[in-house]
Design a protein around this ligand. Structure first.
Ligand SMILES: Nc1ncnc2c1ncn2[C@@H]1O[C@H](COP(=O)(O)OP(=O)(O)OP(=O)(O)O)[C@@H](O)[C@H]1O
Ligand SMILES: [Mg+2]
Length: 261
């Protein structure tokens, strides 16, 4: 009898140990990031090509400003959006993500392409559209199957994936919420690229699940009234606007600087 009890106990212990191992494998598995070696990064991801360029400096200033927004509770998950199309959201999100990953403290940065309608993160990184957020939200792949990186240390990205028929439902689903909570626990900073605010509701839905939205404004094109309307829409969706980033600004060096160049 005694022998049987101890044999049963041993069997139970073994099982628990095996469960432990499974749990650990799963946990580890969540961080497997696949390396894409043959990327042809777009020249406009200037932070990747030229750490010393004037424009890279601007992205570094943006990084400093964004990371020092709040001293008490640092921002961790930030969405990037704009009022209308083609204002520079995706390139801003990409350059900001690279600039943060290049910080001396080497934070783990994740860039998520949540523009499920015309996501272009993979295109700008010069890789073939891999499985992405749409596949995760449709429960076709685990988040760990969609984590990729190129040769930027500490920068992981999740592409948009194939265009779904129901982006709004997917982005407002419980699965999206759980996915972001999981990613929060795995990365130091998360940048989420989104579609424009005025045309579709996606940015407000995503923004409300982040710590705030950085609004891109294309100088010389977007009118004040449109930006105001976009801000109202974001507020209605319970998204917090963190600040505005102007793109398409022309640089004119003052004459006295030319003399020293
Ligand atoms: N900082 C910038 N200064 C000037 N032009 C820029 C800047 N950032 C992006 N652009 C230009 O704006 C255009 C759109 O860029 P991008 O794809 O990043 O915009 P988007 O807002 O993500 O567009 P969409 O609404 O289609 O997602 C590109 O032609 C790009 O070269
Ligand atoms: Mg875009």
């Amino acid at each position: 009898m005694g022998k049987i009890t101890s044999a049963l106990r041993k069997a139970a212990e073994d099982r628990i140990e095996r469960f432990d191992k499974i749990a650990r494998i799963k946990d580890h598995d969540q961080l497997v990031i696949k390396r894409m070696s043959d990327s042809k990064v777009d020249q406009r991801v200037i932070t990747y090509f030229d750490p010393k360029a004037v424009i890279t400096e601007q992205y570094k200033i943006l990084r400093t400003n964004v990371l020092s927004f709040s001293k008490t509770k640092p921002l961790k998950v930030m969405a990037v959006s704009s009022s209308i199309h083609s204002e520079g959201k995706t390139l801003t999100a990409l350059n900001l993500a690279v600039a943060i990953a290049q910080s001396t403290s080497k934070p783990r940065v994740l860039l998520i392409d949540a523009d499920l309608r015309r996501g272009r993160v993979a295109k700008y990184l010069g890789v073939k559209q891999p499985v992405g957020l749409a596949n995760i939200l449709k429960d076709e792949v685990k988040p760990s199957d969609a984590l990729f990186n190129i040769d930027v240390e500490n920068l992981t990205f999740i592409a948009a994936g194939p265009i779904p028929t129901n982006p709004v439902e997917l982005l407002s689903s419980d699965r999206m919420n759980r996915f972001l909570i999981l990613m929060r626990s795995k990365f130091d900073y998360i940048i989420v690229d989104t579609p424009p605010v005025i045309s579709v509701t996606d940015a407000g839905i995503v923004g409300a699940q982040t710590d705030g939205v950085l609004m891109v404004i294309q100088a010389g094109r977007t009118q004040r009234g449109i930006v105001k309307r976009a801000t109202e829409l974001l507020n209605q969706a319970h998204s917090k606007v963190l600040g505005h980033i102007l793109t398409n600004i022309e640089y004119h060096l003052p004459e006295y600087i030319y003399r020293y160049l």
